[in-house]
Design a protein around this ligand. Sequence first.
Ligand SMILES: O=P(O)(O)OC[C@H]1O[C@H](OP(=O)(O)OP(=O)(O)O)[C@H](O)[C@@H]1O
Ligand code: HPA
Length: 179
Amino acid sequence: MRTLITEPQLADGVSRLAGEIDRHYQGRPITVVAVLTGSVVLFADLIRRLSMPQRVGVVQASSYRGGTRPGELVIDAKMLIDVKNRDVLLVDDIFDTGATIAKLRDELLAFGAASVATAVLLRKVRENQHTVRPNFVAFEIPDEFVVGYGLDFHDMYRNLPFIAVLEPDEIAATAAEFG
Ligand SMILES: O=P(O)(O)OC[C@H]1O[C@H](OP(=O)(O)OP(=O)(O)O)[C@H](O)[C@@H]1O
Ligand code: HPA
């Protein structure tokens, strides 16, 4: 496992992200929506650094299911709070192909959100990415499979306090033990 972003760098990045979001909303109330499961660590850190009044909610989106490439994107909005006429900030850990953010943004607008902005910890720099880009990004990273700070492989590694690249032998060993 190769560390890509250390714990202090993550703390700085999340503070920087919160500063940009604060400057954008200028104290206006927002509804912050976490994309489960990967965003939980970022979400907990980010909402405590934002200074405007916030309602908080969650939505689930899943497409990787133990792989390093996406499969079918399944969205479960049963737990989502009412977003009608609200300014929504959608928070996710990573923008990879962009399919998750693009689809959720459309769904939130379809639910009647007044506006939807998106914030991610990581944006992969890669080809074949959705043209709808996140509004706020803490770090741009190369096109490698990463884990930690909420990001998983087979639901492992989410608890790591840093972001690391998972090497091919670790991908194989984790899949054999936990897949
Ligand atoms: O930009 P994309 O290619 O759509 O990839 C990004 C999404 O993939 C991961 O979720 P995953 O499907 O692994 O579910 P999880 O959050 O439960 O880990 C991650 O948390 C993002 O939501
Ligand atoms: O690089 C990644 N790591 C973990 N989960 C992900 N979901 C999309 N890309 C990634």
